[in-house]
Design a protein. Structure first.
Length: 188
């Protein structure tokens, strides 16, 4: 009787492994991994005003990408996500209670080893089996206290981008990604 159970379990495992080997071509375009680090409890209800980090706004991408356009779009998308949670961007006469920095890198310009060295985080999204028309991209968003050079919280996401898409489509996907990345930020 035990032999029968073992045989049934083995047949079930073989069937499962047979199902798991099928591959689809759409997975790379939607696959995203994220990793976070830090303590969001440091964002108190009085932490409603944010400003931009004076030096942390890097873009490491190919010549196909205009760095200044990407920086402006990142700021817009982060502002939009934070405003939806009740935060507001500091005016030039205010001291922000949160400082936000960010970075973006394409794998052709910065590999995971370099990202780990610079950011201290790496989701490790695999590029195995991914079509050459896609490139792995990494996006980092970090929150700082105005009184500390170390981030209090950060999130790093990796996914695949197709540089040949229309800019509007890329921007929309990017805004959705940043919204998901900032989902853990508490509403104020």
């Amino acid at each position: 009787m035990i032999k029968n159970y073992v045989a049934v379990i083995l047949m079930g495992l073989m069937a499962l492994s047979g199902c798991s080997t099928s591959a689809t071509t759409d997975i790379p375009t939607t696959r995203t991994t994220m990793v976070t680090s830090g303590d969001l409890s440091l964002l108190t209800s009085s932490s409603k005003v944010f400003g931009w980090h004076p030096t942390m706004f890097a873009v490491h991408a190919s010549d196909k990408v205009d760095d200044q356009v990407v920086i402006a779009h990142m700021r817009h998308a982060i502002t939009q996500a934070l405003e939806a949670k009740g935060y507001r961007l500091a005016t030039q006469f205010e001291t922000p209670s949160i400082i936000v920095g960010f970075g973006l890198a394409l794998e052709s310009e910065m590999d995971d080893k370099e990202i780990l060295k610079r950011a201290g985080l790496v989701p490790g999204l695999s590029t195995q089996g991914v079509d050459d028309k896609y490139e792995k991209g990494s996006v980092l968003v970090a929150f700082f206290s105005p009184y500390s050079p170390m981030p209090i919280w950060r999130v790093l996401a990796q996914g695949f981008t197709e540089l040949d898409h229309k800019p509007e489509e890329r921007e929309q996907r990017f805004e959705q990604l940043l919204s998901r990345m900032l989902k853990p930020i508490p509403i104020v």
